[in-house]
Design a protein around this ligand. Structure first.
Ligand SMILES: [Cu+2]
Length: 118
């Protein structure tokens, strides 16, 4: 009986050790046991949108509010002068396409600008 316990215990111990590094690194990255814990270590991207339909300077606040209400948007800067929106966002939670949709729902038009060529 004791021999059986030993032969079972060893593979189990090895399996636990093999899995341990992944769970430890997940914990230290702040994702760990809660899974959805917000972390600012996550990647943040910048989306640039060309805007249309803004008719006065205060329209920019409507666009800005629409973007800020979108889950995953970290920061939205809107320029009425340039007719652009620059949005910092978490690519795991939202997309530039979703930004276009909320701007259109707010009554304006937007188009995703390709990343600037270097
Ligand atoms: Cu306006």
């Amino acid at each position: 009986m004791k021999k059986i316990l030993k032969t079972v215990a060893l593979p189990v111990l090895l399996a636990v050790l093999a899995l341990a590094p992944t769970s430890w690194s997940r914990l230290t990255q702040g994702q760990g046991i809660y899974g959805v814990m917000p972390t600012h270590a996550a990647e943040v991207r910048t989306a640039r949108l060309a805007l249309k339909g803004l008719t006065c300077a205060s329209c920019k606040y409507a666009v800005k509010a629409a973007l800020n209400n979108l889950d995953g948007v970290e920061q939205a800067d809107v320029s009425y002068k340039k007719m652009t929106a620059t949005v910092l966002y978490d690519p795991d939670r939202t997309t530039p396409q979703q930004m276009v949709e909320v701007i259109e729902k707010a009554g304006y038009q937007a188009e995703v600008q390709p990343a600037k060529a270097k």
